[in-house]
Design a protein. Structure first.
Length: 190
């Protein structure tokens, strides 16, 4: 799917689209998944938990929509309760499922302050905050799954902005730059 030209804006060191478009998911993603996404985001907002759409739905909102069976949100530390002995649990009310749709609240490690910045720079589309492209690619690169690598390749074919992503990775995750370069080359070759 090719997108019409979208305006690009630099905000907080992130290249962000003026409008990541949740509407790109319509007709590709099952309606019950989209309803779960909206319901979970509304609940997180009601709880005062910072969050941003990531995973397949986040990638779709940035230009490469594909079907998925779950909803992934990067969430702030307020989504978790820290207990004695290092035990961490979800704060009461944080959704992990809407109907039969799994909702995955993804946490940030202490060595990932750039993801806190990504939450602050999320762009709202259709009432749902969407993580910046660079953070999405970072999260996909951390995964060993081939599907996540394929998402990066397809997304790079659509957005064609690898330099900003590469700069982000160089600054925050230099160990992932080589893998990103391989996937960017694959995107250009096909």
């Amino acid at each position: 799917m090719l997108l019409s030209r979208r305006q690009i804006e630099i905000r907080g060191g992130f290249i962000v689209s003026q409008t990541p478009d949740i509407g790109l998911l319509e007709g590709v993603v099952a309606p019950r998944i989209l309803e779960a996404m909206r319901a979970a985001s509304s609940r997180l907002k009601g709880l005062g938990i910072s969050h941003a759409l990531v995973g397949a739905l986040g990638v779709g909102a940035h230009g490469y929509p594909r079907a998925t069976k779950d909803v992934d949100f990067l969430v702030g530390d307020e989504a978790f309760q820290h207990h004695a002995g290092g035990l961490v649990s979800l704060t009461a009310g944080v959704p992990i499922q809407v109907g039969d749709v799994p909702v995955d609240p993804l946490s940030m490690r202490p060595d990932e302050p750039h993801l806190r910045d990504a939450l602050a720079q999320a762009v709202v589309s259709g009432g749902v905050p969407v993580a910046p492209l660079e953070a999405l690619v970072y999260l996909k690169l951390k995964s060993p799954r081939r599907r996540d690598a394929a998402d990066i390749v397809e997304l790079l074919r659509v957005v064609r902005r690898p330099d900003g992503i590469r700069d982000y990775l160089t600054a925050h995750a230099p160990s992932l730059v080589e893998r990103f370069d391989e996937l960017a080359a694959e995107a250009q070759d096909q």
